[in-house]
Design a protein around this ligand. Structure first.
Ligand SMILES: [Fe+2]
Length: 255
C-alpha cells in the first residue's frame, strides 16, 4: 500500500457523497469513489491539521495554533449513546444542515466522525475526521455532523472568546456571516483563476520570445518581458503576452 504523501490524509479524508437515504453513519461514497483533496477543502475555507492526540496537553503545535488564531476557549465533547444526554435528539440536531456565525473548530482526540460541508455547487462533501485530525469550518459555511458506524467521538472544541454554539438551520442566507463566507469563496476562486491565467501568460510570453529570437526581432519582446517582470496586474500581463504572441505569429507568417 502506498503511504499518503500528506500526513493529514491519514486522519482526515474527504469525498463527494452519494444521494442515498441509507443510514447517515455509513460512508456514502459515490460509485466510483470521488475523493476531495485537503487543498480543495482549503479553497472552501476548511482548514486542517494533524496533531499528536496522545499528548494534546503539552503539544507545542496545538499551543501555537491556539495563540496564532486566538482560540482562548477549550472544552471537550463526547458523543456516544452512553455519554451524551438526550443522545437521539442531539444526534438528529447535529445532522440538520446549519451554519454558525463563528468558526466551528473540532479536534478529534479519540474515535471518529463525519463533518459534511456543501461545495460551491451545493454538493455534499463528507469529511472523515479520525484521532489526531483537527478541522476548522469557516463561519457561514453550511454543514452537519454525524458519528460513523463506530458510534464514538471525543472532540476538543475551541473558540475565540466566550463560546457561541448556536446553529442556524438552513435557510439562513441573510446572515452577514453567510455573505462574508460567499465573498471569501469568490476571492479564493478569483485568486486561483488569476494564478492560472498568469501561468498561461508566462507560457505565451516564453513562446513568443523564442519565436522572436528565431526571427531576430527581439526589441518588442524584450519590452514585454521587462513589463512582465514589473509584476503588473494580471490583465496587463495577459495583454502583453497576447500582443507578443500575435506579433510573433505575424512575424513568422510574413515573407
Ligand atoms: Fe455546527
Amino acid at each position: 500500500m502506498v503511504a499518503p504523501q500528506d500526513p493529514r490524509e491519514e486522519v482526515i479524508q474527504a469525498w463527494y457523497m452519494d444521494d442515498s437515504d441509507e443510514d447517515q453513519r455509513l460512508p456514502h461514497h459515490k460509485d466510483p469513489k470521488e475523493f476531495v483533496s485537503l487543498d480543495q477543502l482549503s479553497e472552501l475555507g476548511v482548514l486542517s491539521w494533524r496533531l499528536d492526540a496522545d499528548n494534546y496537553e503539552t503539544d507545542e503545535e496545538l499551543k501555537k495554533i491556539r495563540e496564532d488564531r486566538g482560540y482562548s476557549y477549550m472544552d471537550f465533547c463526547e458523543v456516544c449513546p452512553e455519554k451524551l444526554p438526550n443522545y437521539e435528539e442531539k444526534i438528529k440536531n447535529f445532522f440538520e444542515e446549519h451554519l454558525h456565525t463563528d468558526e466551528e473548530i473540532r479536534y478529534c482526540v479519540a474515535g471518529s466522525g463525519y463533518f459534511d460541508v456543501r461545495d460551491r455547487n451545493e454538493k455534499w462533501i463528507r469529511i472523515w475526521v479520525k484521532k489526531g485530525g483537527m478541522i476548522v469550518l469557516p463561519a457561514g459555511c453550511y454543514h452537519r455532523f454525524t458519528l460513523d458506524t463506530d458510534n464514538y467521538i471525543k472532540a476538543m472544541r475551541l473558540f475565540v472568546g466566550d463560546p457561541v454554539w448556536t446553529p442556524f438551520n438552513r435557510p439562513h442566507d441573510h446572515l452577514p456571516a453567510r455573505d462574508m463566507f460567499k465573498i471569501s469563496c469568490r476571492r479564493k476562486l478569483v485568486t486561483a483563476l488569476s494564478m492560472l491565467l498568469r501561468n498561461l501568460c508566462n507560457s505565451l510570453l516564453i513562446g513568443s520570445i523564442v519565436l522572436a529570437l528565431i526571427n531576430k526581432e527581439t526589441s518588442v519582446y524584450m519590452v514585454c518581458l521587462c513589463l512582465r517582470l514589473l509584476e503588473l496586474p494580471v490583465w496587463f500581463n495577459c495583454l502583453c503576452s497576447i500582443s507578443a504572441c500575435l506579433v510573433a505569429a505575424t512575424a513568422v507568417n510574413s515573407p
